[in-house]
Write a new protein. Structure first.
Length: 232
């Protein structure tokens, strides 16, 4: 088996490195992240991020055989005999498979990703904000995002306007608060998206939904937000 990795270091020209992997070191159920950890034992210069190793922290997003995903929940046996790993597209590369997610986090920060309850409720930290089961169910599919960046990194609208277009992850986060019965800033959150460079830059290519390693559907959330905006 061969593992090709696009290597980059600011002091050298980019190149693709080929690692020959002895199949005897592969185990049943081995994840790509474990394989990368083996490769780094041989080559300590190899750069990639990881933390939780179980699809929760979102730190090991990368482009795997042309599709964005998380190495820690990707089975090596599903990738064939030749695996090509690249850093997430659309972000500046810091080193090898490590990219600068700063612009991605700035968009997330800009949508104010925190609950805005009634001021009287916000002042009383001991007060519970109850929801009916039906109200709570509306959050399903939007709160589970782990901010790995796989969706925004696969979105052409984000590639073309990384400074202006919030990207699917940030828009999915808006949807999470717009449908929350406890949030009183629904109108303001929608209005903040009402520009040609914001939500209307989305062309519903749906790469985001195809790329999400958590099986979420940012494209559907964006369509719902557009519908809400246009029917106000
Ligand atoms: Fe945390 Fe993969 S290492 S999501």
């Amino acid at each position: 088996m061969q593992v090709l990795i696009d290597r980059y270091h600011p002091d050298t020209s980019p190149y693709t490195q080929c690692y020959d992997v002895d199949e005897s070191m592969l185990s049943e159920g081995m994840m790509l992240l474990q394989l990368l950890q083996h490769l780094r034992e041989q080559d300590p210069s190899l750069g990639f991020r990881s933390s939780c190793q179980e699809g929760v922290c979102g730190s090991d997003g990368m482009n795997i055989n042309g599709k964005n995903g998380l190495s820690c929940i990707t089975l090596v046996r599903d990738l064939g005999q030749r695996i090509h790993l690249r850093p997430l597209p659309g972000f500046a590369v810091i080193k090898d498979l490590i990219v600068d997610l700063g612009p991605f986090y700035q968009h997330y920060q800009a949508i104010k990703p925190r609950l805005a309850p009634e001021p009287s409720v916000a002042a009383d930290l001991g007060q519970e904000l109850l929801q009916t089961p039906e109200e709570r169910a509306k959050l399903d599919g939007s709160y589970e995002c782990i901010l790995c960046g796989c969706c925004s990194s696969s979105c052409p609208s984000f590639w073309w306007n990384p400074d202006l277009f919030p990207g699917p992850a940030a828009l999915l986060a808006v949807q999470r608060f717009v449908v929350d019965s406890r949030d009183i800033q629904r109108k303001e959150r929608l209005e903040a998206l009402n520009s040609a460079t914001s939500i209307f830059r989305c062309r519903h290519i749906q790469n985001c939904t195809a790329a999400c390693p958590k099986g979420l559907n940012p494209s559907r959330a964006i369509q719902a937000l557009k519908h809400e905006l246009l029917s106000q």
